[in-house]
Design a protein around this ligand. Structure first.
Ligand code: SAH
Length: 345
């Protein structure tokens, strides 16, 4: 059986033709699904013979919600989801004055091995399909009863390590028959898989690219991010410049501040020197402390100094608000604690 949420309209049209149905039925089926009708039998304008063919081949596959956690500090909600094969992923809804944002996972686990990240501790189990990424957003929309306006691909997984499915997801979520979420409202975060950044740039989409930099020298980066052994900072920045050239989009650099590792005034100055004159913005993330490692957050004072040094270099920097810290909202934390608790049962 095939999850119909993995199909684009064009693919469904071809399926209809191959199954001796009119291509326009494809649009009708998607209209039902994206309106919230997840039962083929209840799609009124579809004949029963078409329904039978659809039911033989497709299912409308959503993950089931195991748990919804709502932060008491802010309106952040975290959903723990069970996929059809019993794997577990999580996604986060953040509600702001200007709209609702969802942070989705792109893989079950992750194989990038970043030392501070909870998603990667047990490695990568599998890629999510385009439909599985999409269904996280539809579910969030249903939970909220409100439109999702922004998407960040910053949950578990490395999106560019699941390139084809992620690109298909971007097509699906952007399509006018689907959720119709504009590319400018979507941010893809990567640890820096250089060839894929070039490939994405050549598509000339309007997606915001976010780079997890987290260090200003290859030496320190290698200590916290194994991917740094494959691609150095200079290669990443060249790829970013190419992305800017192709898309005119401002790049976001994510920089998780870890006490004593990458948060000194010298670090701020070298970050300033690296990014000076680039069309970019720095998002500083006070490291989210997890029990599996000993990384500590930088002090408020060091964070403030870091921001002002970057300003001196003409680089706009914001400190990411820590949302949902009372509900394990950092990447992979909730899934991990759930799996651990099941092991103890
Ligand atoms: N694989 C993608 C998406 C990861 S999550 C990437 O590497 O960009 C989004 C951001 O959160 C990344 O910048 C990631 O490095 C960062 N991150 C992960 N765990 C963190 C933690 N415990 N504290 C602070 N930032 C963290």
């Amino acid at each position: 059986m095939v999850n119909i949420l993995d199909y684009t309209l064009d693919e469904l049209k071809i399926w209809m033709k191959d199954n001796e149905e009119s291509a326009f039925r494809a649009k009708q089926v998607f209209e039902w699904i994206y309106k919230g009708q997840y039962d083929f039998d209840l799609m009124k304008n579809i004949s029963s013979s078409t329904k039978n063919k659809l039911k033989k081949f497709f299912y409308i596959g959503f993950p089931t919600i195991i748990e919804t956690l709502e932060s008491k500090e802010d309106k952040t909600r975290k959903l723990l989801l069970r996929l059809n094969d019993d794997n577990i992923v999580e996604c986060v809804i953040m509600s702001y004055k200007h709209g609702n944002s969802v942070c989705v996972s792109t893989q079950v686990g992750c194989r990038m091995g970043c030392k501070f990240c909870a998603s990667t501790i047990d490695g990568m189990i599998r890629n999510l399909t385009a439909g599985e990424i999409l269904s996280q957003i539809i579910l969030c929309q249903n939970v909220l009863g409100d439109r999702i306006s922004n998407i960040v691909l910053m949950g578990s997984g490395e999106p560019l390590d699941n390139y084809d499915n992620v690109m298909k997801f971007l097509e699906l979520v952007n399509s006018d028959y689907g959720l119709n979420i504009g590319q400018r409202h979507i941010t893809l975060s990567t640890c820096g898989i250089v060839p894929k950044i070039y490939e994405m740039a050549d598509k000339e989409m309007q997606i915001t690219l976010a780079i997890s930099l987290h260090a200003t020298t290859d030496e320190i980066r290698k200590q916290i991010m194994p991917i740094a052994n494959k691609y150095d900072i200079a290669q990443i920045l060249d790829a970013c410049k190419y992305y800017i050239e192709k898309t005119s989009r401002r790049i976001t650099f994510e920089y998780s501040l870890v006490k004593g590792v990458n948060d000194s005034k010298e670090d701020a100055k070298s970050l300033g020197a690296l990014l000076k004159n680039m069309l970019c913005h720095v998002n500083l993330i006070p490291v989210n402390e997890i029990k599996e490692n000993s990384f500590k957050k930088s002090s408020k004072n060091d964070i403030a100094n870091f921001v002002s040094i970057l300003k001196y270099y003409g680089i706009e920097a914001t400190v990411r608000r820590e949302m949902g810290s009372d509900i394990n909202a950092a990447c992979g934390q909730l899934r991990r604690s759930y799996i651990q608790s099941k092991k103890q049962d």
